[in-house]
Every structure is written in structure tokens, then in C-alpha cells.
Design a protein around this ligand. Structure first.
Ligand code: PLP
Ligand code: ZN
Length: 397
């Protein structure tokens, strides 16, 4: 494999054992735990000036903190997204500054591209011919795009509920598209069944491949550089499986360990009331979630009833003095429309859960007034224009 100098291999989050990344490709061979890329941080020589001297053109500008070299990467120059000032939202929240990290500007319109560029690079280096995953929609679209670029076949399992754009674009990218009746759990079951029959398929599933959260670290690196090395007081993230949240938490620890920053932001998980296992775990003081029996929200990207990495998500929240919040679908849709009308930015409903959640936190006095808050717009609104438009229609507009 064409790995970077400081990358030492994979470490199990559960049993702590280390594995060679050439041989071990997915979960822990000993205990089936989540594997996490590890580095020799002493060997990483990265300072603010070095980073500033590089063009802000893709997430691979942080190559030293990623497993693979930029040169070997399957990339479409994803990342390097804008951090947009939102003064009206800051007024609404009663804080000094609110910025939206606009991940809608990625190649397939969501931050899922950051995970897939690294995971599909790994797949190629492991000699895979086929990649496969179940997804609420955006990850499947991203995977089929990167697989196409890498010359790999992709097998994507989407629930019937996922949006038209996701389904259409998996086809357009040449993926083998499987629409499964029901929700994400049904799509995952169909995927597992197919995987049993095809042992040559390389899984790109969340926290099954060790590389998706690794790619998402770069959102945090970018935010801090874009704020001229000021660590934001809070980061509010629409949380499903928590890949992005865990990635950013890892990144925040790394920047601190490398001496590039000296603080951690408070991480907030925003969920929809119809599927809020992290909020429930936090409120009942548990270290792990309990699966939601009947998930029901219009926010497909965060309708994840059984987030396997919940202990890590909860650690990120507790260790940074953050929190978790759930709001109702109508409030989430209204937040998306308000941001579109007053700030101009186009947020998908799933993403607007982070805005709606931040408003709810502000209502409950979570902020003092002098904060800088970053909200992740994980995906573009125009993929789900129909859902946003029907919210307006439901109000007679
Ligand atoms: C997948 C997705 C999420 C949730 O991401 P996790 O990292 O699994 O929590 C949020 N927003 C959008 C637009 C997504 O596609
Ligand atoms: Zn293990």
C-alpha cells in the first residue's frame, strides 16, 4: 500500500490490539471491534505556516494526517469547502458568531465524499474489484461515484425512502442499484444477505471500513484553519451513525496533541425527535445507546436507529462538555427554509436538524452570548428540494 510516513496501522477501539493495514481491512479480527487508523504523531512535522503555504484545494492537503498519500488517492478534490458567516442566525441564537461549514459544495453534494475518497482509495490498494454498502442515500451515491473513478464495480442498497437524486445518480455512476422496501435496517439486511453470497465484495459500510471517519477528520482541520486557528466554542452536527462527529473529535485531539491548537470545541449531536438514540443515552446517563424501535423522521440521513459507535459518540460529547438535542420534523424543515431565505444557503432537511437543534439549545440557555458556533451543513438542499417545497405547501405557500 502507498501509505503515509507516520501511519502505523489500525488499532482496535475495543480490545486495543494493533493490526497491519495491509492484511487487516475491516473490523477487528479478534473481537470484531471498530478499527481506527493510528499514527506516530512524533513523526509528524506539521506547523501552521506549512499548512498556510499550501493551496486550500482539497482535503488531501492534510496528507500527513491521513493513511494514504495524495498521489495514490482516488480523489475529485473533495473538501476545502467554504465556512460561511451567518449573521442572522447568530442573532437568532444570541451569540457572537455563527458559521456554516457548507459541505454541499462537495463533488456529489454531501460530506460523504470525504469518507469515500479515503475508503475507496483503501479498497483499490487492497486489490478489491467490487465495493458494497447499504446507505440511506448519500453515502451510496458518493461510493458509486468514487468506485467509478477507481474502476471498481459498486453494489449499493438503498431503502425505498431514499431520495430520487440518490437513486438516479447511483445509476448514472454505473452502480448496481438495489432499492429495498422499507427503511435503512431493511436495506442493511438485504446488503448483508448479498454479502454472504459474494465474499469478494469489499464493504464500505460505516465503521466496518476503518477509513470513513478518517476522511471526515478533515472537516475539523479546515474549520480551525478557516478561523485563523481559533477553536470554535461549539460544533453542532446532525448525527446519525456519528462518523463525522467522531472524526472531528479525533481531529480536535490530534491538532491539540500536535501543538497546533490548545483547546477543544464542545461537540453537540443534533438529532430528530423521531430517532434520537444518542440524546436518549445521554439523558439517561448510559455509555451506549439503546436501539430505537420505530424510527420515524423525514431526515433520512440521520434516521439511524442503531448507531454502533455510540460509545465513541458519547465520549466525544462528554469529554468536550458538549451535549445532544432532538427537535421535531416541522421545526427542522422550517429551519432549512429560514436559512435558505435569510442566509441564502441550501440545506437538506437532515442537515437543518443541526440548525433547529442549535436554536433549541439557545432557547434553553446553553450559550452565554460570546460564542463562535460552527454548524455543519452536511449536504446540499437541492437534493431534497421536493421535501422542502412540500413543507411550504403544507403551510399554504
Ligand atoms: C449521512 C449523513 C448524515 C449523518 O452522518 P453520520 O456521520 O452517520 O452521523 C448527516 N447529514 C447528511 C446529509 C448525511 O448524508
Ligand atoms: Zn479488538
Amino acid at each position: 500500500m502507498e501509505t503515509t510516513a507516520a501511519f502505523t496501522g489500525l488499532e482496535c477501539r475495543d480490545c486495543g490490539r494493533a493490526f497491519d493495514a495491509d492484511e487487516t481491512t475491516h473490523r477487528c479480527p479478534d473481537c470484531d471491534g471498530v478499527l481506527d487508523p493510528a499514527y506516530d504523531y512524533d513523526a509528524i512535522d506539521l506547523d501552521r505556516e506549512t499548512l498556510a503555504s499550501r493551496p486550500f484545494d482539497s482535503l488531501w492537503r492534510y496528507e500527513e494526517l491521513l493513511p494514504f498519500t495524495h498521489e495514490s488517492a482516488v480523489t475529485m478534490d473533495e473538501g476545502a469547502t467554504p465556512l460561511v458567516d451567518c449573521p442572522r442566525l447568530a442573532d437568532d441564537l444570541g451569540v457572537e458568531r455563527v458559521l456554516i461549514k457548507d459541505e454541499g459544495r462537495n463533488p456529489t453534494g454531501t460530506f460523504k465524499d470525504r469518507g469515500q475518497t479515503v475508503a475507496v482509495t483503501a479498497a483499490g490498494q487492497h486489490g478489491a474489484s467490487d465495493v458494497a454498502l447499504a446507505s440511506a442515500g448519500n453515502a451510496g451515491q458518493a461510493a458509486s461515484a468514487y468506485a467509478g473513478r477507481a474502476g471498481l464495480d459498486s453494489h449499493v442498497y438503498l431503502p425505498a425512502r431514499s431520495g430520487f437524486t440518490n437513486k438516479a445518480m447511483v445509476n448514472v455512476h454505473g452502480g448496481d442499484m438495489n432499492v429495498v422496501g422499507g427503511r435503512i435496517g431493511d436495506a442493511a439486511a438485504a446488503y448483508e444477505e448479498a454479502l454472504d453470497e459474494h465474499d469478494d465484495w469489499y464493504p464500505l459500510q460505516t465503521f466496518v471500513t476503518p477509513y470513513r471517519h478518517e476522511g471526515k477528520k478533515t472537516m475539523y482541520y479546515e474549520v480551525v484553519e478557516q478561523l485563523d486557528w481559533e477553536v470554535p466554542d461549539a460544533i453542532c452536527y446532525p448525527t446519525g451513525g456519528g462518523v463525522g462527529l467522531v472524526g472531528m473529535y479525533k481531529a480536535a485531539m490530534e491538532f491539540q496533541d500536535l501543538g497546533l491548537t490548545d483547546a477543544l470545541p464542545a461537540f453537540y449531536a443534533a438529532q430528530a425527535s423521531g430517532c434520537a438514540p444518542i440524546v436518549e443515552a445521554l439523558e439517561s446517563d448510559r455509555d451506549e445507546h439503546e436501539p430505537v424501535e420505530n424510527p420515524d423522521t423525514i431526515c433520512g440521513g440521520i434516521e439511524i436507529p442503531d448507531p454502533g459507535a455510540s460509545p465513541w459518540i458519547l465520549e466525544a460529547i462528554r469529554e468536550t462538555d458538549g451535549g445532544a438535542v432532538a427537535t421535531d420534523d416541522p421545526d427542522i424543515l422550517e429551519a432549512a427554509v429560514q436559512v435558505a431565505q435569510r442566509e441564502g444557503l441550501e440545506m437538506a432537511p437532515t442537515c437543518a436538524a443541526a440548525v433547529s437543534g442549535a436554536l433549541e439549545l439557545a432557547d434553553h440557555g446553553e450559550f452565554d452570548g460570546d460564542e463562535t458556533i460552527v454548524i455543519l451543513n452536511t449536504g446540499t438542499g437541492n437534493k431534497e428540494a421536493d421535501v422542502l417545497r412540500s413543507h411550504l405547501m403544507s403551510q399554504g405557500v
